[in-house]
Design a protein around this ligand. Structure first.
Ligand SMILES: CC(=O)CC(=O)SCCNC(=O)CCNC(=O)[C@H](O)C(C)(C)COP(=O)(O)OP(=O)(O)OC[C@H]1O[C@@H](n2cnc3c(N)ncnc32)[C@H](O)[C@@H]1OP(=O)(O)O
Ligand SMILES: NC(=O)C1=CN([C@@H]2O[C@H](COP(=O)(O)OP(=O)(O)OC[C@H]3O[C@@H](n4cnc5c(N)ncnc54)[C@H](O)[C@@H]3O)[C@@H](O)[C@H]2O)C=CC1
Length: 283
């Protein structure tokens, strides 16, 4: 099936970034969320990033308008009936994603690939919510999407070779470098990254260092572009906790237990940049 219209579920930080790169590659995009204000926030973010590109001479104002003109917003999942490929980037929560995939399976044309940008939930579990498990795959972008080169591509047990090749080729079309991971909780990226972030939170919890010291050690000592606590704030502490829970429940191994301080921050609504407060404060 030729992919002309690309559906994105969730217009949060990942969803709007994915919508942007898809529209920049020439596809028509339908960006969906549950509320009008959420899709509008997504469009505002894309507009801000594209305007910066125009200011820096990387694209013309006409090109920016053309990209924005290819993005349509939606607050009704039924709009995905028009999509030729869908990526789901809604909240990292199993019941939410399961319901979306059950509904997409009913709404989308037969043969349409239903991919998930999940950070950690096994693709086979998501695929089992549909009658097209051969068409379900993980397409895991990194944050911030327009900047980061990687897409982790994850097959479930039933994912077909055709679905895999189409998703891989689409990642390349978006200017990304795909890497294949097997279907285990957290795949490769978050199996490695999140235990490091969780350990950084343990360092704070145990008083080994203040946030600035912990991040300075990893930035200047290991040449990481940002420290683990600042990165957790960028990812979202709710998402970090959800990933640790998936690793812990999936492997039943205590090495993945989420730090109690991480849970405490999430329970307080300190989710990082998106709420203005996490390990640091943001205005
Ligand atoms: C949780 C998961 O499931 C998986 C994940 O995604 S884990 C997270 C993976 N991501 C990372 O590890 C990111 C680590 N951090 C970095 O790479 C860098 O700090 C960073 C790219 C975020 C910012 O880079 P920086 O040099 O510190 O800051 P800054 O100069 O402001 O930004 C660099 C470029 O990125 C762009 N950028 C920064 N944030 C952006 C955003 N949210 N959207 C689009 N572009 C952005 C800036 O516009 C800038 O572009 P130019 O150089 O072309 O002007
Ligand atoms: N934050 C990160 O660094 C990364 C996150 N991811 C994954 O991407 C997904 C989204 O994460 P973020 O964009 O960071 O979260 P976010 O919190 O910024 O956005 C999530 C969006 O999903 C929407 N949503 C919730 N239920 C929905 C539904 N039923 N239908 C449509 N939209 C719905 C929310 O309203 C919200 O706008 C998660 O699965 C996350 O694990 C993947 C890579 C990196």
């Amino acid at each position: 099936m030729e992919i002309k219209t690309f559906g994105v579920i969730g217009a949060g930080q990942m969803g709007n970034g994915i919508a942007q790169v898809a529209a920049m590659s020439g596809l028509n995009v339908i960006m969906n969320d549950i509320k009008e204000e959420f899709v509008q926030r997504g469009v505002e973010n894309i507009t801000r990033i594209l305007s910066k590109n125009v200011d820096k001479g990387r694209m013309t104002a006409e090109e920016k308008d053309a990209v924005l003109g290819r993005i349509r917003t939606s607050v009704a999942l039924a709009d995905m009936a028009e999509a030729d490929f869908v990526v789901e980037a809604a909240t990292e929560n199993e019941p939410i994603k399961f319901k979306i995939f059950q509904d997409l399976d009913e709404i989308c044309k037969p043969g349409v690939i239903l991919s998930s940008n999940t950070s950690s939930i096994p693709i086979g579990r998501i695929a089992a919510q549909t009658k097209r498990p051969d068409k379900v795959i993980g397409m895991h972008f990194m944050n911030p999407v327009p900047v980061m080169k990687l897409v982790e591509v994850i097959r479930g047990l039933a994912t077909s070779d055709e679905t895999f090749t189409t998703t891989w080729d689409l990642s390349v079309k978006f200017g990304k470098t795909p890497a294949e991971a097997s279907d285990f909780p957290g795949f490769i990226a978050n199996r490695i990254l999140l235990p490091m972030i969780n350990e950084a939170v343990y360092c704070l919890y145990h008083g080994v260092g203040e946030p600035e010291a912990i991040d300075t050690v990893m930035k200047l000592g290991m040449n990481h572009p940002m420290g683990p606590l600042a990165l957790a704030d960028l990812i979202g502490l709710d998402t970090c906790l959800a990933i640790m829970e998936t690793l812990y429940n999936g492997f039943k191994d205590s090495k993945y237990r989420p730090c109690p301080l991480l849970r405490k921050y999430v329970e307080a609504g300190w989710l990082g940049r998106k709420t203005g407060r996490g390990f640091y404060e943001y205005k």
